[in-house]
Write a protein that binds this ligand. Structure first.
Ligand code: CP
Ligand code: NVA
Length: 311
């Protein structure tokens, strides 16, 4: 049984299969609607944090594929509090055909997978946001024609979104540059692991504290919130440190003339990204948000019914 917990767990061929499947399912959806690949199957969606995109895009993805999604709010399950993670997983996986979980500690989604009889998908942890990264590289391929050889520059906190994007770029042969303030860079172990991927794919991973250097001649400029969910008490401290990493018109002017601007959303407009850039001609923010649904259909189809998908 396969799970989808981290981009760091994937092989290049697996990333390619997810991307090819997303492309196929999106094209089918556009042309003639959906095939009920997951007829009568149910996805249990466990949320320990709020969500718009992840919740609704998974819900719609299951609906389009003929199945059903069950939303379990932060108040309901009490993962690890009302009941142990192992018992939640053992019980829930007797009822549903797949589990998607948005958690605080990455170890919690790994533990869910360890005790589950059905595939488990990471809908965001403190370590990775792999569904986001899959949609992100899918969007890069759509807008730039390919991932290999692209320069993808991330600005801000070396967080879950940055880490998953780094691994996806390294697997796919892109050059990933992460510009962060001192003390907020991606961790060395992750960077070293991503560099082993990049060495095989022809990509590269670079860290810098200089946002202008990162932006220069980039194909993709990407940013995310400065304080992630669970770091709310650090918001004021970070707001004083991060402004040089804002994606604004000045930074975009340094990139390639046809560069695209990405953000996983939700955005704090006026902080990590200006309105002018978020709503400007380089922005692909809402294509990127839509692609969550298409990328996740590929994940659901591959994990929950690879056989029907082949037909
Ligand atoms: N990008 C993303 O995961 O958005 P939500 O937090 O709204 O799900
Ligand atoms: N880094 C952000 C992403 C939200 C989709 C967070 O974890 O809150």
């Amino acid at each position: 049984m396969k799970h989808f917990l981290a981009i760091a767990d994937l092989k290049p061929a697996e990333l390619k299969r997810y991307l090819d499947t997303a492309k196929r399912l999106k094209a089918e959806w556009r042309k003639r609607g959906n095939r009920p690949i997951l007829k009568n199957k149910t996805l249990g969606m466990v949320f320990q944090k709020p969500s718009l995109r992840t919740r609704v895009s998974f819900d719609m993805a299951m609906l389009h594929l003929g199945g059903h999604a069950l939303y379990l709010s932060p108040n309901e399950i009490g993962l690890g509090q009302r009941e142990s993670i192992a018992d939640v997983s053992r019980v829930l996986s007797r009822y549903v055909d797949g589990i998607m979980a948005r958690v605080f500690a990455h170890a919690h989604v790994v533990e869910l997978a360890d005790y589950s009889r059905v595939p488990v998908i990471n809908g965001l942890s403190d370590r990775e946001h792999p569904c986001q990264a899959l949609a992100d590289v899918f969007t890069i391929v759509e807008h730039r024609g390919k991932l290999k050889g692209q320069t993808v520059a991330f600005f801000g906190d070396g967080n879950n979104v940055a880490r998953s994007l780094m691994f996806a770029c390294a697997l796919g042969g892109a050059r990933f540059v992460c510009a962060s303030p001192r003390g907020y860079a991606l961790d060395e172990a992750s960077v070293a692991a991503a560099r082993t991927f990049a060495a095989k794919s022809g990509g590269a991973v670079t860290l810098t504290e200089d946002p202008q250097a990162a932006a220069r001649d980039a194909d993709v400029l990407y940013t995310d919130v400065w304080a992630s969910m669970g770091q709310e008490e650090e918001t004021a401290r970070r707001a004083a440190i991060f402004p040089p990493y804002q994606v604004n018109a000045g930074l975009v002017a340094l990139a390639k003339p046809d560069a695209i601007v990405m953000h996983c959303l939700p955005a704090h407009r006026g902080a990590e990204i200006t309105d002018e850039v978020a709503d400007g001609t380089h922005s692909v923010l809402f294509d990127q948000a839509e692609n969550r649904m298409h990328a996740q259909k590929a994940i659901l189809a591959i994990l929950m019914d690879g056989k029907t998908l082949k037909r």
